[in-house]
Design a protein around this ligand. Sequence first.
Ligand code: THG
Length: 372
Amino acid sequence: MRNFNLTPSRRVRRTPFSDRVERAGVEAYTVYNHMLLPTAFQSAEADYHHLKRHVQVWDVSCQRQIEVRGRDASRLLQMLTPRDLRSMMPGRCYYTPMVDETGGMLNDPVTVKLAEDRYWISIADSDLLFWVKGLAYGFRLEVDITEPDVSPLAVQGPQAEELMSRVFGASVREIRFFRFSRLPFQGQELVVARSGYSKQGGFEIYLEPAELAEPLWDALMTKGADLQVKAGCPNLIERIEAQLLSYGNDMTRENTPQECGLGRFCDTLTAIGCVGRDALLRTAMEGPVRQIRSLAVEGDPVAPCLDPWPLFAPGTTTQVGQVTSAAWSPDFNTNVAIGMVQLSHWTGGTQVEAETPDGRRTSIVQNSAFIQ
Ligand code: THG
């Protein structure tokens, strides 16, 4: 497929970092939550090697926040997710599958608990706001639901902690995984969490107000010069290796959290109030019949996976799943992929055939993500 230009308009929102991102040489964008998301600076492979060795600054403003505030905030949050939120303390971030009344995935956000009556839902690419507002209206809940102008900036890579400590002070080193602190930057307190869409370690700064965007970007770039800091973005190769899922690509409303391998983030029995609870309890009785798996696709580097590639039992026309993300991995010296695989073929080591744009490729189902 050819590449085309992206026509700018009000519907395709720029971010407070876009001017800096463009000065840093962004090569490609996608649109995520109606907002620009960089997808390449040098190339997917060059960015990948740099991310694994050094530190990168990512404009992930498109991880928009749905703010839920008010007396019924906790009740509404528990309606959205089968993860039990009763023991969630302010200062915590939870990865939270969110489902509709059929148990179908609507989004897989990070939920940030700012206070007993105040949350941010840091969403993946779907218009979850309308569902949240609809529930609040339908159940007459006492909550305000807004999309504040919060722009997350991720600092990812093995040198992320060193760089962050130079900008925010040594206390960033004390922040534990999926927790946040409020740390001062130019007179404002910013939410700084240890999280991010890579397995290389790092932080996310929930920037607001927007006027601080360029000062923050510049401080990270200046103080990280000797660490070889660069502008980067979520990396397709690294996230497939790590089996980090992409909503709309690897899963949709057609899938339950169990099918997505997100069962470890569900407590369906005790998540009283979750609107998908009954449906999920019913499907849990039988157990899923297909599930997300990592796969190794043999042969030369594959083309990008746009429409899903069917997976077949070897030498047959019996479909046993589909691949939804794939890329060549330099470190594993094979194509790495994420797919949904039927129960009959999902055991690690099972051989299947992926129908790629250039023909069938032998593929091996993995027991886990690709880990060094
Ligand atoms: N950070 C924030 N918001 C986000 C993302 C993020 N919104 C969009 C998107 N990413 C949501 N999806 C994910 C997917 C995976 C993870 C976070 C958000 C993730 N998962 C780890 C894992 O699966 O290994 C850890 C989860 C855990 O142990 O709790 O980090 O990246 N703010």
